[in-house]
Design a protein around this ligand. Structure first.
Ligand SMILES: Cc1cc2nc3c(=O)[nH]c(=O)nc-3n(C[C@H](O)[C@H](O)[C@H](O)COP(=O)(O)OP(=O)(O)OC[C@H]3O[C@@H](n4cnc5c(N)ncnc54)[C@H](O)[C@@H]3O)c2cc1C
Length: 436
């Protein structure tokens, strides 16, 4: 028996990214036995900064991880939305306000550090993480997983957390879906010391503020990394934008970007940002194809014993910075659902509940993300002026006070940040399984 007298199942998770590791912790804390299969030999020190929104900070706190992230200096004051040409402030997201309203702020986490904090916690909980293991195939019926070399691993449940190019997805769907290519991104880092020595860029390094410059067809989000003395920048280009970079068919974290092209692409932006781009060494600029998925017919195999989560299920364009957040939410809900299955035969019912709770929200977020991209990348004109007016209204009214108890929270992102992931899952699960 696992925690709270529910059965303990053997769960095999494919992939030790944010999705796989966070799900492994949630499942272990519920009393399940978890094995992770990861193809890389060691965790990769890759990726840019991920925002961890309040509803996920709360989950991570229940996993014993939030304080460790805070100790790694991931707390910031807020995020300023800026007009591209002159850097004037269009709106603000105040992380202190979020803390007052939701109990937790948004954190800004370098992906590699975030992953390694989850990894350490998983090891501490005794989770078996097998690095350097590649999958030959998955039999959704048994269910079992065969590694290259022939080893067969049996499980009660197999969870595909193997990213946008998931192999597990084909075992769930019977066929695979090719990810959608389109948007492009540059991930780059400027020299912090040089930025601080320059009066034009020094203010960008000082404040605990992230900044996002919105302009026609592309935007750029940036923040100072205090521990590494770098200025981290992510530039995102819309698929339809003519000046987007050319990319090879497949990119990885080592695909070199053309820093001169990046500078040219932002030549009509805020002078502070242009100067910051001057401080990016050529070898600190990477190019990245942004991949997303269409809404999939299902996330659960016919047997109910293989499921997908994270980018494997709902890779999305990054305009609301919620892809990894949805992955962590998936894992938390998966753990709640599995623990409602009192015997192996009920796992299928529990996994169908997982899909019905999660799919709608993740896909709604994916669509909202698309819309947000259109809004951020508007060309100058009437629509852009209306957007800017609306931003000011939100900034000057909704974000000036913390709603009183019982007062409706009108923040446009409240449905995301104010979501009680575990509470909502249990309300839905009570409808399927009866009250706990
Ligand atoms: C530019 C950009 C900015 C973003 N910003 C944010 C943000 O601010 N906030 C946010 O929440 N999200 C953000 N995202 C989205 C976020 O990065 C992803 O949603 C998230 O990292 C996905 O995590 P994952 O664990 O599902 O997949 P991955 O990180 O891809 O991990 C998959 C893991 O599975 C392993 N694997 C793959 N195949 C196999 C196999 N066959 N066998 C064994 N192991 C395998 C891989 O090696 C890897 O370790 C951003 C994305 C982009 C592109």
């Amino acid at each position: 028996m696992g925690a709270s007298n529910s059965p303990s199942y053997h769960v095999v998770i494919v992939g030790a990214g944010i999705a796989g590791l966070s799900a492994s912790i949630a499942l272990t804390l519920k009393g399940h036995k978890v094995t992770i299969i990861e193809r890389t030999l060691a965790l990769q020190n890759i990726g840019s900064v991920l925002l961890i929104p309040p509803q996920v900070s709360r989950l991570l706190d229940s996993y014993g991880v939030f304080t460790r992230l805070v100790e790694k200096d991931m707390v910031r004051d807020g995020l300023d939305w800026l007009r591209y040409a002159d850097g004037s402030v269009l709106g603000k997201t105040d992380f202190t306000w979020q803390k007052g309203v939701y109990g937790y702020p948004t954190l800004a986490a370098p992906r590699a550090e975030y992953q390694s904090v989850l990894y350490e916690r998983a090891l501490e909980l005794g989770i078996n993480i097998r690095l350097g293991c590649k999958i030959e195939g998955i039999d959704q019926g048994s269910p079992s997983l065969t590694l290259i070399g022939g080893e067969v691993i049996m499980a009660d449940l197999i969870v595909g957390a193997d990213g946008v190019r998931s192999k597990t997805r084909a075992a769930v769907l019977g066929e695979d879906f090719e990810p959608i290519r389109g948007d492009k991104s540059y991930l780059c880092r400027a020299d912090g010391a040089a930025m601080r020595a320059d009066p034009l860029t020094a203010p960008l390094m000082e404040a605990g503020i992230l900044r996002s410059w919105w302009g026609p067809g592309r935007h750029l989000i940036a923040l100072p990394l205090r521990r590494e003395d770098l200025y981290d920048m992510i530039a995102v280009f819309d698929e339809a934008y003519e000046g987007k970079p050319e990319t090879p068919l497949h990119t990885n974290w080592n695909t070199k970007g053309d820093v001169d092209h990046l500078r040219k692409a932002f030549a009509d932006y805020d002078p502070r940002l242009r100067r910051a781009l001057d401080y990016v060494p050529a070898d600190e600029c990477r190019l990245w194809n942004i991949l997303s998925l269409p809404d999939l017919p299902t996330w659960v195999s016919p047997s109910g014993n293989v499921v997908i989560l994270g980018d494997a299920a709902h890779a999305m364009r990054p305009y609301l910075a919620q892809g990894a957040a949805m992955a962590v939410e998936d894992g938390a809900v998966l753990a709640e659902c599995l623990s409602r299955a009192e015997k192996v035969d009920e796992i299928i019912k529990a996994m169908k509940a997982y899909e019905s709770i999660r799919k709608l929200r993740a896909e709604k977020l994916k669509n909202a993300s698309e819309e947000s991209g259109v809004e951020k990348h508007l060309p100058d004109g009437e629509q852009q002026r209306q957007r800017d007016e609306h931003m000011k209204m939100v900034m000057n009214t909704l974000l000036t006070k913390i709603p009183a108890k019982g007062e409706k929270n009108m923040h446009p992102m409240h449905w995301i940040m104010g979501h009680d992931v575990v509470g909502h899952a249990n309300v839905e699960l009570d409808k399927v399984f009866g009250t706990k």
